[in-house]
Design a protein around this ligand. Sequence first.
Ligand SMILES: O=C(CO)[C@H](O)[C@H](O)COP(=O)(O)O
Length: 227
Amino acid sequence: MDYRIAPSILAADFARLGEEVSNVVAAGADLIHFDVMDNHYVPNLSFGPMVCQAIKPHAAVPMDVHLMVEPVDDMIQAFIKAGADIITFHPEASRHVHRSLSLIKSAGLQAGLVLNPASPVCLLENVLEQLDMVLLMSVNPGFGGQSFLPSSLNKIRQVRQMLDRHHAQSGRRIALEVDGGITPANIAAAAQAGADTFVAGSAIFGQQDYAAVIQTMRDNIAAAQQT
Ligand SMILES: O=C(CO)[C@H](O)[C@H](O)COP(=O)(O)O
């Protein structure tokens, strides 16, 4: 399996955002994770499509936009124009999930749904054929720097089974991303449970040497595969 590390720039130095993005890409990031918060769906406010467009030239890897906004459709259109490559949103924030996914797919982008810790896995079932990614929140969304919820491991296993069944039936692979409290110490457990894409904000941007943290994360996943 190919594992991807997606640094969340929510934890970067906003005063030097372009430089931070370039540095973390040079350090080995596979995706740039872009957390959009609206102080409505979640109790915090971050950044919007203009910032995405401004940092896009610094990101030589795909922009992975996580919409924590309600409603979603206007922001989906704005982020398509702003250069997003992947857009994920929360099913509870869209009145018509199939239509919102179609908006993303018809623009040629990858689309995904995000499940909060309390959101049931069955929300994915009827739209699997439209999904390129499932994002499982391992914290309640809205803030960086929280601790990984251990109950997330069981949910990762459940979704991994669902995605493996889908792959066996359709030949299509859907990425399984996990977000919240990911560190070098717990990333291997999330990978063993079935995640393949890992969002990490404070664990990466909280260190001086981004390349060293990203490499440690990859090494820890690889070491756990051999046991
Ligand atoms: O989506 C988020 C919060 O809603 C953040 O991406 C997530 O929490 C990552 O931050 P950290 O690695 O610091 O936990």
